[in-house]
Structures are given as C-alpha cells and as structure tokens.
Design a protein around this ligand. Structure first.
Ligand code: URA
Length: 283
C-alpha cells in the first residue's frame, strides 16, 4: 500500500503507524520544515487509500524487514499443501484380513468390507459363492458377469446354465456336491478382463476361501482362473492335466463361456469331466 517516497513525503507516510490524532500533532510540529497543506494532502491521500488504523506506537520501516513472503505462487501452494497420504499396500491388507477370517461367513464379511479393489466401485454387489460348502469339488471361475452381479451368485447366466448341464452329466450339482466361486468377487466394468493387479490383490481371499471350504479337488475354468491358482496360462495346453495348488489336486478346464462360443470344444470338455469323475470315484 505504501509506495517508496523521499523526504517529507516519506516522513509523512512513516507517521501512518500512529493514530490519526498523533499524526495531526506530528504534522503541526512539522509545520516549520514542511508546508502544512502538502502534508495534509498526503494524509488525506493515505486515508483515501484506506490507511485509517494505527498498527503500532512507533513507525516501522517495512522495507528494512526481512522478506518472509513465499518466493512464488508455486512455493506458496507447496507450503500450504497438506502432506500426501502414504500409499496403502492393498495386497498386504488383503493378506492379513483374509488370514483372520475363521469361517466362510467371516470371509464373506471381510471381502464385503474390503475397499481397496477398484472393481468394487463399479459393481452392484459382492458375488461370494454358491452351492454346498464342504463339497468334494470346488469350481473356480473368473469373475461375475451382468447376471451374476444382479443376483449376487456365481454362474447364473448362460455360461452358468451350461456349467450346470456339464456337471449334471457326471452327477454333480450345486445343491449336493459342488461349491462354486470366482477369482474376483466383483463384476469388471463392461465385462473387461480383470487386471493382473486386481487378480493378485484378491488372491489371498481366494486362497483362504479354498482353505475354509475344504474341497478335495479344485476345477479351474479358463485362463484367468489358471493364472490365479496355478500361476500359468495356456488353457488349451493345460486342460485335462492334473496339477497341484495349495496342497490340492487341480484340473484346468475350458470356461463354459468359451464353449458357448466354440461348441466343437465341448468334446474335450467332456473328456475332462470324465477325468474328474474318475478321480472322484478313486479310479
Ligand atoms: N463367468 C465366470 O467366470 N463366472 C461367473 O460367475 C459367471 C460367468
């Protein structure tokens, strides 16, 4: 507000830190050295600019004070910006939360409360599992689609209906002897492929799910499921070959959605179902 000035003007401005009454007295005493009307005009000018308050008893030369203002707009923003929150280790959180679940109900609740997976935001609800917990066979699919997202159960759309027909051909069904879940419990937007980091983040929950459901064998359907459980892809090569994960025998099979698109592959899927049946019958 106060511009650099010299001589009488500067002295008049320094008088600005005095009260108006003090200024008046000071001005009168300056009369001999300064034309009263000039000083009066300067005071009026300051009052017009809004300098109407005394802020101290003695005048302060603010040009002589150290510069405490931020150097630039950027520096000011940096000074005012709150500290960045530390990035969370979602995988470590998933791992510790999953391990503390002591039952399937607790695991479902823990997954429902888990907020670190982006997919949750786009989905209507958690799709946890269907069928008979404790069944000898546990099927692991990929992720819910539109129908599963709406109903809250895995494999209820067209692919699920084909899966049910495949299972019933070897005398398996959800009501008695099959338990079904997916690698991911939330529907990916527009049914896109789940990202590797989403699969990795939810894997501790899947592993715990298997441990709590206690199946005798795992059936992994499609590449996403093979990737999550066996750490490898290439379903055409892997299908029908027994493998191992988490201390259990695992058989990869074609995903029923793939079989809907490629009906000739049902012949191989049938061979894999017979292989599963033979294993269950101890042959
Ligand atoms: N495909 C899957 O892999 N899982 C489902 O639940 C539905 C379709």
């Amino acid at each position: 507000m106060i511009a650099p000035m010299v001589g009488a003007t500067e002295r008049a401005i320094k008088a600005n830190s005095l009260s108006l009454g003090q200024k008046e007295v000071r001005l009168r005493s300056m009369e001999s050295a300064l034309d009263y009307h000039t000083a009066r005009a300067l005071l009026d000018w300051q009052i017009e600019l809004g300098a109407t308050e005394a802020i101290g008893d003695a005048p302060v030369d603010r040009y002589a004070l150290p510069d405490t203002a931020p150097k630039s707009k950027k520096a000011a923003v940096a000074q005012a910006a709150p500290e960045k929150p530390k990035p969370v280790d979602a995988l470590a959180i998933a791992d510790s939360v999953a391990k503390t679940a002591g039952s399937l109900d607790q695991l479902r609740a823990a997954m429902d409360a888990f907020d670190h997976c982006e997919l949750k935001r786009g989905a209507r609800q958690l799709v946890f599992a269907d069928g008979t917990p404790g069944a000898r066979v546990m099927i692991i699919g990929e992720a819910p689609g539109r129908d599963e997202d709406r109903e809250g159960k895995p494999f209820v759309g067209r692919a699920g209906q084909l899966l049910d027909r495949m299972l019933s051909a070897i005398e398996l069904n959800r009501a008695e002897n099959v338990y079904i879940t997916n690698v991911l419990p939330w529907r990916p937007p527009q049914n896109r492929d789940p990202k590797p980091e989403e699969i990795g983040m939810m894997k501790p929950f899947l592993e715990r799910h298997v441990a709590l459901a206690k199946p005798e064998v795992l059936v992994v359907m499609g590449n996403i499921s093979c990737q999550a459980v066996l750490g490898k892809r290439g379903i055409t090569r892997l299908r029908g070959q027994w493998d191992q994960a988490w201390g259990l025998p695992v058989i990869p099979m074609f995903h029923p959605a793939y079989l809907l698109r490629q009906p000739p592959m049902k012949r191989q899927a049938w061979a894999d179902l017979l292989e599963l049946k033979a294993r269950l019958e101890g042959k």
